[in-house]
Design a protein around this ligand. Structure first.
Ligand code: CO8
Length: 258
């Protein structure tokens, strides 16, 4: 598939997917969402890729779903197409780690796209928001559910009901992002973090991702049991032997994803 709204680059086991509709601040239209889904699917299937970074421009990660594309749709149109229903599922279902590197606006569907990634690193100029309320609608790609889990009910309600933006400092303080970096350093840091993840055993990376994600879906007791059993299962891997032997022998581990 030739892409027109995203740019995909793979180097050093990292797949960078850059949203590229600068004239619309990377607004998510159906073409972009389809291309993004395809790129994530391709990266999942590519043995060379061990981590994905999704990013935008310095001005905008993504300013939301494309309003001009949605404006004239009827209820029957959106419900029949199940608008944005399945389109984000490749990212939601990705087993490889995904990092959102966010600079500038991450609004509406843009904020939701960032939250669909495993974690968010943002630039000091980032602005997050769920301003759909100003358009007479509400979030529709998980914003009411995921933002609430990230920042708690009070702040999520504030964001969704007022449509206000949250700056980078507040986003870090509230637990929405894992770190804030100067905008000019965003990609350098994101690639460094992705590189560190790519060096690990991808078996334990997937296990850790599964276990953290399970915490959203289950009770504490079930989650703790799930985690413990997954931990136990790691002892069936060569990478557990290598990782622990390397520690004892005071050397770097050579993981083989086995
Ligand atoms: N859709 C389409 N075009 C957009 C969008 C958007 N979301 N955001 C910006 N643009 C376009 C502008 O129309 C403008 O185009 P043009 O130059 O042709 O007029 C261009 O990008 C630049 O934008 P501005 O001139 O407005 O730039 P400013 O720097 O003045 O303002 C803002 C930047 C504050 C980001 C402003 O553009 C803005 O408020 N954008 C809209 C933000 C928004 O409301 N986002 C939520 C959209 S709705 C949504 O995401 C719902 C998701 C869930 C759908 C699920 C369905 C199930």
């Amino acid at each position: 598939m030739a892409y027109e709204t995203i740019i995909v680059e793979i180097a050093d086991h990292i797949c960078v997917i850059k949203l590229n509709r600068p004239s619309a601040l990377n607004a998510l239209n159906s073409q972009l969402v389809a291309e993004l889904g395809d790129a994530v699917r391709q990266a999942e299937a590519n043995d060379k890729v061990r981590c994905m970074v999704i990013t935008g421009s310095e001005k905008a990660f993504a300013a939301g779903a494309d309003i001009t594309e949605m404006a004239d749709k009827s209820f029957v149109d959106v419900v029949s197409d199940d608008l944005f229903g399945a389109s984000m599922s490749p990212l939601q279902e990705a087993r490889k780690p995904t990092i959102a590197a966010v600079a500038g606006y991450a609004l509406g569907g843009g904020c939701e796209l960032a939250m669909l990634c495993d974690f968010i690193i943002c630039a000091d100029n980032a602005k997050f928001g769920q301003p759909e309320i100003n358009l007479g609608v509400i979030a529709g790609i998980g914003g009411t559910q995921r933002l609430t889990r990230f920042v708690g009910k009070s702040k999520a309600m504030d964001m969704h009901l007022t449509g206000r933006f949250m700056d980078a400092e507040e986003a870090e303080r509230s637990g929405l992002v894992s770190r804030v970096v100067p905008v000019k350093k965003l990609m350098e840091v994101a690639l460094e973090v992705a590189g560190k993840i790519a060096e690990k055993s991808q078996i334990s990376i997937k296990a850790a991702k599964d276990a953290v994600n399970r915490s959203y879906e289950t009770t504490l007791a079930e989650g703790l049991l799930f985690e413990r059993r997954v931990f136990h299962s790691m002892f069936a891997t060569e990478d557990q032997k290598e990782g622990m032997a390397a520690f004892v022998e005071k050397r770097e581990p050579q993981f083989r994803d086995k």
